[in-house]
Ligand binder design. Structure first.
Ligand code: HEC
Length: 154
């Protein structure tokens, strides 16, 4: 009987750990607040419009990679949370978003996203800013930014 209770308890603990508080959980993920205006510059600098469309933005001089570019923003996108938005930029192959673009070959032969990996060229500040720029274009819930006041000595 005691053994059974013990096993039950362990199972419960494991179940709770699975509820997003494990070491792999995104809980506690927090970036500093980005600068939207700078984010727009970053968006242009890295020529995101070569593969994407964004309402209100157009760069006719850019060579287009896809006949049917992937729209950014809006509500139909697969990106629903702040974490997904960040992930889709720094780890584009994590989840692929064929959506209505089922016919567009957005992955290469190895199943990797055709999105350019900017991790070795984009600074962290640029990444934070471009996310700040794109976030309002998605209807995603903003993250709770660090409340620095809590560290101030009264
Ligand atoms: C060479 C083409 C290419 C370039 C350049 C590119 N992307 Fe992408 N991006 C893709 C493809 C393909 C997808 C869809 C497949 C996927 O999720 O990886 C995508 C997906 C995304 C998504 C998720 C789309 C959604 O709403 O579900 C975001 C956000 C994004 N890209 C942001 C950017 C930003 C910001 C830049 C510029 C810094 C950029 N991309 C540059 C090809 C590109």
């Amino acid at each position: 009987m005691k053994n059974l209770l013990f096993i039950g308890l362990i199972t419960l603990v494991m179940l709770l750990a699975g509820c997003g508080k494990g070491a792999d959980s995104p809980k506690g993920f927090s970036l500093p607040k980005g600068n939207e205006q700078n984010g727009e510059l970053v968006f242009n600098k890295y020529q995101c419009l070569a593969c994407h469309t964004l309402e209100g933005y157009n760069d006719a001089d850019l060579g287009k990679v896809f006949a049917d570019p992937i729209p950014l923003g809006g509500t139909s996108a697969k990106v629903k949370t702040y974490a997904q938005l960040v992930t889709s930029i720094i780890n584009p192959s994590h989840e692929l978003a064929p959506r209505s673009h089922a016919l567009v070959p957005v992955v290469d032969d190895n199943g990797q996203s055709k999105m350019t990996v900017f991790n070795d060229v984009m600074t962290v500040t640029e990444m934070i800013d471009v996310v700040a720029f794109l976030q309002p274009k998605y209807k995603v819930k903003p993250i709770q930014y660090t409340n620095y006041l809590q560290y101030q000595v009264p």
